[in-house]
Write a protein that binds this ligand. Sequence first.
Ligand code: PRP
Ligand code: URA
Length: 209
Amino acid sequence: MGSLNVISHPLIEAKLTRMRDKNTSSQDFRLLLKEISILMGYEITRNFETVDAEVETPICVSKFPVLKESFFTIVPILRAGLGMVDGLLELMPFAHVGHIGLVRDEETHVPTEYYYKMPEGFEKSEVIVVDPMLATGGSAVDAISSLKKRGCTNIRLVNLVAVPEGIAAVQKAHPDVDIYVAAVDDGLNEDAYIVPGLGDAGDRIFGTK
Ligand code: PRP
Ligand code: URA
């Protein structure tokens, strides 16, 4: 079974509280999401491998750790996942970015894929799927299935707010995938929105609705 990692930190908690506030503007919402993505990135990248390389300090030549050269692909689930990309790219400027467009039907809550574009050779890379919200889990399960169908084997999932139902759905469909979240909320309402949640992440990021 993949691990469930709840990344708790006072800075993340305080920023997320501001995101939950319905009076927070889109501008602030975007900035807070970017800042939390950077803070989460610190934990998500904790197991990255290093190798020793020779460096000449002003005093002498010695060996120090550098990141092992690897191929990483950050995959935002459109639209809301886009809000987490810039923060992670600040930590990992060497990463590539692929996109999966999924939208939930408002009645059935079942997602449909409308866009898919990955960098060449991504299937051999370490893939980090990002989406602020893990509600029913349908979007994340489908996105990961879509990547696996194309040969991807090394996938981790990063969400800002999740609920037990969504976590269970991903763990059932994709037991090999490690999940990283900043908060686990109570559950879903009748419209499959996270309670207490923060509303529709895509709408709040892009100021739609
Ligand atoms: C939202 C969110 C997730 C999905 C989560 O996207 O960004 O992708 O819902 O719900 P689920 O776990 O029940 O699938 P939405 O479909 O509203 O599209 P958007 O990002 O374009 O607003
Ligand atoms: N998608 C969102 O953006 N918010 C939710 O609460 C559930 C799904």
